[in-house]
Structure formats: C-alpha cells, structure tokens
Design a protein around this ligand. Structure first.
Ligand SMILES: Nc1ncnc2c1ncn2[C@@H]1O[C@H](COP(=O)(O)OP(=O)(O)OP(=O)(O)O)[C@@H](O)[C@H]1O
Length: 540
C-alpha cells in the first residue's frame, strides 16, 4: 500500500476529499494488487499530486486516466462490482465507488479465509462491533506491515481488516446457507415429486424412465417458479405498503426498522387471531379490538389451556378405562364364543341322537308289524245279560276261541288270531295305548292308517269316537290321536313346522261321501269301482 497516497488524506476525510485522493488511481491500483497480486500490471507510481503548470496538469490527467483505466479493467476482469471513472467526479455516484471498494475488501477476506466455496458479494454487510477479546489496536499490532503506518492510517487499516474478516465470515456463512438452501430445495422438490406421483391419477400407468422424470421435474420447477413469482409480487406490494410510498428513497436503517415493526405487528395480530379463534370457536369476531380485550383474551386462553390439560388427563383416564372394558369384553366374548361352540357341538350330537332314536323307534314299529289287527270284544248291552256269550276263551298271545252253540264237536269251537284281543272290560285309554306310538310315527314322516271294521252295532263308533265327547276319559282313538298329534308337533315347534289338514269321508254302500262339505250338497266321490278302473288305467 502506498503510504504517500494515504498521507495525502486527512484523519477523517470528507466524501469529496476521499474521492479526490482516489482520482489518480494509485491507491486503488495498489490495493487491488494487494488483494489480487498482479491484477494491475502497470501502476504509474508518482503521479503529480498538485497542478503547478499546464504541462504538469496534462501529465497528471494522463497518469490518472491510465491508473484508473487499468484498475477498472482489472476489477471488471475479476467480475467484481465496478464503477465509472466519472463517478469520482463531482456529481458522480460515490455509492458505486464505495460498493466497489467494499466488494474488493470482501473478496480479499474471502481469499484470506482459504477461498472456500463460491464467493459472492451481497453488498449488505456492515461492521457492527469488533470481536470479543480483541480491539482494533490488537489487530493492528499483529500485522508487522502496519508498523510503519501512522495512527490514522492504522485506524483505517484496522477497520478495513476487521471489515474484511467479517466479510469473509459472512461469505462462509452465505456459502453454508446456499448449500443448505440447495439441499432444502432438493428435499422439497423430491417430496413434491413423490406427492405428485402419489396424488395424480393416471401417473401410475406412466413408464418412469429418465425422460418422464425429467419432464415431471421440469413441470414441478415451472409450477414452483410461477408460485415464487406470484409470492414475490405479493411481497413487493407488501413492502411498498410498508414504505407507504411507491417512489422515493428510504434509508436502510429506516427500512429495516419498518420491516421489524411490521413483523412485530403481524406476530401480535397472529397471536390475537389465535386467541379469538380459540375464544369464538372459529366463528368470526365482530367486536372492537383494544388492549383490555387482548389481556382478557390472554387470560381466557390461559384458562382454556388449563381446561384443555385437564380434559387431556381425563381423556387419558377414559382411554385407559375403555381399554380395560374392551379387554374384559373381549374375554367375555371369547368365553361366550367357546360356550356357543360347545353348545353347537352338543346340539349337533343331540340331533344325531334324536335322529338315531327316531330311526330305531320306527324300526321297532315296523318290527311290531306294518299291519296290525286288534279285536275288541263288545260287552252285552243292558238288556242282553241272559244271552250266552260266544267268546269261550281269550288268550294272552292274541288268540280268541269262539263257540258256536248250534254246531257240535270239532266245528263248535274256532280259534282266531290277532295282534291283540281286548276283553270287554278294557277302557278307552287302554285301547289307545297301542295306537299312540303310531301317532309319533306320523310326525316322523311315516304313513299310518287306523280304521275300525265290523258289522252294524259292533262298536266301531264307540271305539273310534267315544260315547261322550264332553268327557275326555271316554274319548275314542280319533280324538286322542288328534290331541297327541298337536301336542307332539307343539313340542317340536322349535325344530319342525307341521301343517295339519283334516278330511272326513264316509264309505257306505260303495259310495264315498265328504262329510265336511258345508254347502249341504253332501258331495259324492266316484264309487270304488270307478276309482279302481282309474288305477288300472294309470297302472296297467
Ligand atoms: N265297548 C262297549 N262298551 C259299551 N257299550 C258299547 C261298546 N261298544 C259299543 N257299545 C254300544 O253299542 C251300541 C252300538 O255301537 P256303535 O254305534 O258304536 O256301533 P257301530 O259299529 O258304530 O254301528 P254302525 O255300523 O251301525 O254305525 C252303542 O249304543 C254303543 O254305546
């Protein structure tokens, strides 16, 4: 660095004085060569500092022009912020000059820190403080090259070095942030891609090759860019509202303060909105806002938060209780399931036993004989007590010996065999006892026919119907059979549904009559002869 060049500056130069000292380009070229050795190949070392003659003035202008041109070209080649030579003149943009120098310093510090990552100059860096435990003089004393400089130069160097150091740190941080942002964007993009693949219909049919993935990514990036542009526009409008003016300038400090104020207002508004949302249960609030309301809201939120905590505890307890009840129910359910299964097994085996029983029962009935003939001996009527009986003997095995007094010898007695012979003194119940098993067979699906046969007045009606219908004791076979038929079918109602029908006919003198016809026609069926002919026709 050229000490002579710095020496021409006062301790605290004004902006104009600073620009004047830079105009000859010597300081700038030397600084640039220090930052990037060899950047400016030719530096005119001793330009004429003062204008003493017309020739001297021309000489100075040429030197100034050459140094300045070399500096600006070098800066441009390094792709750093640059300015126009006219910016150093009166009325030029001195801020561009300052930006260029700051940029140069930032670049220098970045190089000092090892040149890690990509160096970028944001132009937003400012020195706020020196690092703890150090002072500008410490920094200066560590640099042997500064020893020859006077106090003012040292101070400027210190500030410059501190600035460069901070700029380097910022650059490193910026690089890290850029990497983190790149990673975040990758993550965001990939998650967006996954979501797109999951949510979009018809994508599953696409063959996912490199081209398709490329197209999808392009579409995502396009959509996302559009979204960013839209958000950027909205943010622009918002910033203009913060500035309260679309035109004009505002200092960086004021701008930062305005944004900070806006953010604070927004965060309190957001907090208010949340409070209101909690208090009004998501319904719109039309009441006016004031501080007392805010504090009340905060109190209410506190109370509600406590209530919420209490409810959470209660919910946890309830959940535990429900879990316990659920597990008890599950146990009970499995117990019932087992019970039902065992009942099913029992029921199945019970039905099997019943079926076997039914089969065995009907086999017994068959063994007793498919056709059974019983004989009932009618007692004498009240006026016949003196008449001699034709019944000589009734055996236990179903035999009956009949005597014919008009015949002699061997022909006088004849033995007849039946399944069973009932003597005169049997009751109606005893007669029915042998019929009852057949009624059960009917309900098991077997065909059964019971009929009485005998001459007129032999007691058929007495046996089948009974002498007195009003007294159950004297009921004959028909009534008892019907009674038991309904009784058994009722007992089996859970398992079998029976339909019972009745038909009553009379066969007399080869004529079959329907006795249940209610219209008084006493309808006659075809005679036996006709029925027999019909059967022969159908089954020749
Ligand atoms: N076991 C008996 N004990 C007492 N009385 C009887 C007995 N059997 C029949 N009678 C009586 O004998 C009479 C004739 O009996 P019933 O009317 O039953 O004969 P039936 O065979 O039906 O005659 P029909 O063929 O003419 O109709 C009746 O008065 C009846 O009360």
């Amino acid at each position: 660095m050229d000490g002579g060049a710095w020496a021409s500056l006062s301790k605290e130069p004004s902006e104009e004085e600073f620009c004047l000292s830079l105009r000859n380009g010597l300081i700038l070229c030397n600084v640039l060569n220090k930052v990037n050795p060899g950047a400016v190949l030719k530096v005119v070392e001793n330009p004429t500092p003062a204008v003493q003659s017309a020739e001297g003035a021309a000489q100075s202008a040429i030197q100034y022009f050459e140094n300045m041109r070399n500096f600006l070209e070098a800066v441009k080649d390094m792709q750093l912020l640059t300015f126009e030579a006219s910016d150093l003149e009166k009325g030029g943009s001195s801020s561009k000059v300052v930006d260029c120098i700051l940029c140069l310093k930032g670049y220098y510090e970045w190089k000092l820190s090892g040149g890690v990552g990509v160096w970028r100059y944001g132009g937003t860096v400012r020195i706020t403080s020196f690092p703890k435990g150090s002072s500008p003089s410490d920094v200066a004393s560590s640099e042997s090259s500064y020893e020859s400089l006077d106090e003012s130069e040292l101070s400027q160097y210190e500030q410059m070095l501190e600035f460069l150091r901070l700029s380097g740190e910022v650059a490193v941080e910026e690089t890290k942030t850029a990497d983190a942002l790149a990673f975040m964007f990758d993550q965001f993009g990939l998650k967006l891609l996954l979501a797109y693949l999951r949510e979009t219909d018809g994508v599953e049919d696409l063959p996912l090759n490199a081209m398709v993935i490329d197209t999808l990514l392009r579409k995502l990036a396009k959509d996302f860019s559009a979204m960013l542009v839209s958000q950027g526009k909205q943010l622009g409008l918002l910033l203009k509202r913060i500035l309260k003016s679309d035109v004009g300038c505002i200092s960086k400090r004021d701008f930062v303060e305005a944004i900070t104020l806006y953010l604070n207002q927004r965060s309190s508004l957001a907090s208010d909105d949340l409070s209101k949302f909690c208090i009004f249960g998501g319904k719109p609030d039309n009441t006016t806002h004031n501080n007392s309301h805010c504090s009340k809201h905060v109190e209410i939120i506190d109370v509600q938060q406590k209530e919420l905590e209490r409810m959470k505890c209660f919910l946890d307890e309830l959940k535990m209780e429900v879990k316990q009840i659920q597990s008890e129910w599950e146990k009970e359910l499995s117990r019932l399931e087992n019970h039902i299964k065992s009942l099913e097994v029992t029921s199945t085996s019970y039905h099997k036993v019943l079926e076997e029983n039914r089969i065995l029962y009907n086999q017994v009935q068959d063994l007793k004989g498919a056709i059974r003939v019983y004989c009932r001996v009618k007692p004498f009527s009240p006026g016949q007590s003196n008449v001699q009986s034709t019944v000589d003997y009734i055996g236990e095995d179903g035999n009956i010996m009949i005597v014919n007094p008009q015949k002699q010898g061997k022909d006088a007695r004849k033995v007849f065999s039946f399944n069973k012979v009932f003597p005169t003194n049997v009751t109606q119940e005893q007669i029915y006892a042998d019929t009852l098993p057949l009624v059960r067979s009917v309900l098991d699906g077997y065909n059964v026919c019971i009929f009485a046969y005998g001459q007129t007045g032999s007691g058929k009606t007495y046996t089948m119907s009974g002498p007195d219908l009003m007294s159950e004791e004297t009921w004959g076979v028909n009534y008892r059979a019907l009674r038991d038929l309904f009784h058994i079918s009722k007992e089996r109602a859970d398992a079998i549904k029976y339909e019972v029908g009745v038909q009553m006919i009379e066969i007399y003198n080869e004529q079959v009559r329907d006795l249940l016809v209610s219209d008084g026609s006493n309808r006659r069926y075809p005679s036996f002869k006709h029925i027999f002919s019909l059967f022969r026709y159908l089954h020749p």
